[in-house]
Design a protein around this ligand. Structure first.
Ligand SMILES: [Zn+2]
Length: 373
């Protein structure tokens, strides 16, 4: 297995594997850019749809992009917004309409609600205004319960929209006078649900169009609603080894370990930050140096901080963790903060959960480097 260790964007190296938390609306809830840097986060994922709704992409452009706006000098990926918009329309047909041209939906801003047509071209134009380092094509995600016809349609549209995104991307590069060394990257997204034939067709067509990286689209899940790793393996094998393989929305630490072993190298997920706010703190069961992670990916457990047993636990969440929270505060204090619902609880819990992810990522980089030396 050959692992891609880095890619150069705008003259800087983006190291793999890497995990970017979701800053959907231009913020990782409850922490700021200083906290994120301190835990070793190197990049964030923002969402085109949510930023369109507020503060609006034109305001971001005036400000010089999302990075300046949120005082972040790390990497930024902008998701296309397709997943949010299509989910909204799939759930309730009154919420909008999907046509080959794009998706019409109601865009809620703070003051009013207006119909908006999101096209592949507009998605790319918006991502340029956001100022992302890695942009993602507007794709047509395959709903989990899609029949064969719907699956085929979603792949047809994904391929068609990917072509239009690429054309618009090239035009924007020219308009903004970018060259090969200072330009952002554009990723295509593989769809097709749990249909091997369609996923294969989608990946092959996207490779023909030509992208800087490829994303795993949708969540291929089995009948129990769990991630079907067989499909991840198929996608990882279909994607070229010399380009980034981005597993969008994945996942918990075990899912990341399994996906890294398959060849994926870029991840984003709401879990560590959302769980932190829901009183679920993460802890490795065994120290990372004591286990073979690829054989034992389930090496993590939850600390349900509001449980009474932590009321007088005068020790940190994880004695092996070097995060700001573990170095300075006890489980008992966190338990107290959650009980009285102080916002500091969210910040300290988020810092810890994100540090667990960056420790894991650093460890995985070490394994990969060792295997190839
Ligand atoms: Zn910690």
């Amino acid at each position: 297995m050959s692992y891609l260790k880095k890619v150069t964007i705008k003259g800087k190296e983006l190291l793999f594997p890497n995990f970017f938390p979701d800053a959907t609306r231009g913020v990782v809830r409850s922490v700021d850019s200083g906290d994120l840097k301190q835990v070793g986060i190197e990049g964030l994922v923002v969402n085109t749809y949510h930023l369109l709704s507020h503060p609006g992409s034109h305001l971001l452009k005036k400000f010089g992009g999302i990075k300046k706006f949120m005082n972040w000098n790390g990497w930024v990926i902008s998701d296309s917004g397709g997943f949010q918009v299509l989910s909204m329309v799939f759930k309730n047909k009154k919420m909008g309409r999907i046509t080959p041209k794009g998706v019409t939906f109601y865009l809620d801003t703070l003051n009013h609600r207006k119909p908006y047509l999101l096209t592949p071209e507009k998605s790319i134009q918006t991502q340029f205004r956001i100022g992302a380092d890695i942009m993602v094509c507007l794709d047509f995600f395959t709903p989990p319960n899609a029949d064969e016809l719907m699956t085929k349609r979603s792949v047809d549209m994904t391929i068609e929209w990917a072509k239009r995104c690429k054309e618009e991307f090239l035009e924007q590069l020219e308009n903004h006078h970018y060259n090969q060394s200072n330009r952002p990257l554009l990723f295509g997204v593989v769809q097709g649900g749990t249909n091997y034939k369609e996923r294969t067709r989608c990946a092959r067509e996207l490779i023909k169009i030509g992208f800087d990286g490829f994303g795993l689209g949708g969540w291929p899940v089995n009948d129990q609603g769990e991630i079907d790793y067989e499909f991840l393996k198929v996608d990882a094998q279909l994607m070229p080894d010399n380009k980034p393989k981005y597993a969008l929305g994945i996942g918990n630490p075990a899912a990341i370990i399994k996906a890294v072993e398959m060849g994926f190298n870029l991840f984003d997920c709401v879990l560590p930050t959302r769980d932190a706010r829901h009183q679920r703190l993460y802890r490795f069961k065994k120290d990372l140096t004591e286990v073979d992670l690829f054989d034992y990916p389930d090496n993590f457990e939850f600390v349900q901080i509001k449980k009474e047993i932590y009321k007088s636990a005068f020790y940190p969440i994880d004695k092996n963790c070097d995060c700001y929270t573990c170095r300075n505060y006890s489980l008992a204090y966190l338990h107290h903060l959650f009980k009285i619902r102080d916002s500091l609880a969210w910040r300290l819990a988020t810092i810890h959960n994100l540090r667990l992810y960056t420790r894991l990522i650093q460890f995985l980089r070490g394994i990969i480097n060792e295997q190839e030396d």
